[in-house]
Every structure is written in structure tokens, then in C-alpha cells.
Design a protein around this ligand. Structure first.
Ligand SMILES: Cc1cc2nc3c(=O)[nH]c(=O)nc-3n(C[C@H](O)[C@H](O)[C@H](O)COP(=O)(O)O)c2cc1C
Length: 199
């Protein structure tokens, strides 16, 4: 599968502007949160909230446990969809496309910015696996805290990121009487085309 072409500069600038305005608005706990939809090999969907950690012309980056339910689905079926909704701006972006793993260097660079407690937590949490009780998790946190005492916490091989490479995007903005704006950008071959949709 050929990766979709890089995002047009104007689209990237608009995405960044929306994220910046959401952040500056100050009323959101997590202005970079989005819903990620994935599907298994049989096409059964699931979705959950994640945090966006980077966006550039090559796509949207998030980090997670590679043994989690979402990661297993992405290994079976790399197509995913993201939805950002900013309540106070009353704007939404939808992004669809295949994901690819980020490089180890990129994951290491982000890992290094995480608080030590979060790094230990990534070792302690067998994300998406059944947990007998909270005490089991707390015991594992203590075990990994002791294990890495006095040294940097290494990034687990099963913790890294994915980059969703957009093949289409839609900017949605609320307008009066539900006559909202919907603007689409769709990759075809090496180029992007712009269009509008009825609300
Ligand atoms: C605001 C918010 C941000 C979150 N950010 C992440 C994230 O960046 N990475 C992650 O793996 N889980 C994140 N989670 C937890 C996920 O929603 C989810 O519970 C977890 O990834 C397991 O999902 P899965 O079992 O479908 O793989 C976040 C949850 C919330 C509510």
C-alpha cells in the first residue's frame, strides 16, 4: 500500500490553528484529545479517547501499548479514523487513513519527555488485559519502581507510537440553523482535492 501524500501546507496550518485555539481557550482539560476508531480483521469497530502528541505534514501521532486492544486491531487492520471535537469552538475535524509505526528514535524522544511515574506506569500496565484488582496494579507499580531505582526507565519494546497518515480529512464548523460548513480534503494518487458536503 502506498502511503498517502503529505498534507497540503494550508491544511496542516488549519489543523495547528484549531489545536492552538483549543489550547488557548483554557476551558478544556485535554485540548489535544480525540476519539480513535479502529476495527478488527472482521470489520468490528471499537473506539476510545487518546491524546495527540505530534502533527506534521506526514500525519497525526499518538502513543500507546502495542499489546493493547487498539494496537492488536491496528496490526490486523491499519485503517483508522480520528475525530477531534472542540466544544467551545464548536468545530470538529475528522481524519481517516492507514497508520504506520513511528521510528524507535521518535518514540524514544517522546518517551524521554514523560514523567518518571508515567514511564513506570507503562511497564506496570498490561493495557487492555483483565486485571484482578487494583492492588495487583499497585504491586506491579512498586515492583517496577524498585527495579529501575537509580537508573533511567527504558522504553518498553511494547510501548510506542503510531502515525495516522491522512487519506482524507473533513473540517466541520457550526453555523446557524444547523447549516454547518463541511469542507473535505481527499488524497488521490499524489494530489489532494478539496470539496464541500451538505451539512
Ligand atoms: C483524555 C484521555 C486521554 C487518553 N490518552 C491516551 C493515550 O494517549 N494513549 C493510550 O494508550 N490511552 C489513552 N487513554 C486511555 C484510552 O482511552 C483507553 O482506555 C486505553 O488506551 C485502552 O484502550 P484499548 O483497550 O481500546 O486499546 C486516554 C483516555 C482519556 C480519557
Amino acid at each position: 500500500m502506498n502511503a498517502p501524500p503529505p498534507l497540503p501546507a494550508e491544511v496542516l496550518e488549519r489543523v495547528r490553528d484549531l489545536l492552538a485555539r483549543a489550547s488557548e481557550a483554557g476551558d478544556l482539560t485535554e485540548p489535544a484529545s480525540f476519539t480513535l476508531a479502529t476495527a478488527d480483521a472482521d470489520g468490528r469497530p471499537s473506539s476510545r479517547t487518546l491524546l495527540l502528541k505530534d502533527v506534521n505534514e506526514n500525519g497525526f501521532v499518538f502513543y500507546t501499548n502495542l499489546r493493547s486492544r487498539k494496537a492488536k486491531q491496528l496490526q490486523e487492520n491499519p485503517w483508522a479514523a480520528m475525530t477531534f471535537f472542540w466544544q467551545s469552538q464548536f468545530e470538529q475535524i475528522q481524519v481517516e487513513g492507514p497508520v504506520e509505526p513511528v521510528s524507535d528514535e521518535e518514540a524514544d524522544e517522546y518517551w524521554a519527555t514523560r514523567p518518571r511515574e508515567s514511564q513506570v506506569g507503562a511497564w506496570a500496565s498490561d493495557q487492555s488485559a483483565p486485571l484482578a484488582d487494583r492492588a495487583t496494579l499497585e504491586t506491579r507499580v512498586r515492583e517496577f519502581t524498585d527495579k529501575f531505582e537509580g537508573e533511567p526507565v527504558p522504553r518498553p519494546a511494547h510501548w510506542s507510537g503510531y502515525r495516522l497518515r491522512p487519506s482524507c480529512l473533513e473540517f466541520w464548523a457550526a453555523r446557524d440553523f444547523r447549516l454547518h460548513d463541511r469542507e473535505t480534503w481527499t488524497a488521490k494518487g499524489d494530489t489532494w482535492s478539496q470539496g464541500l458536503l451538505f451539512p
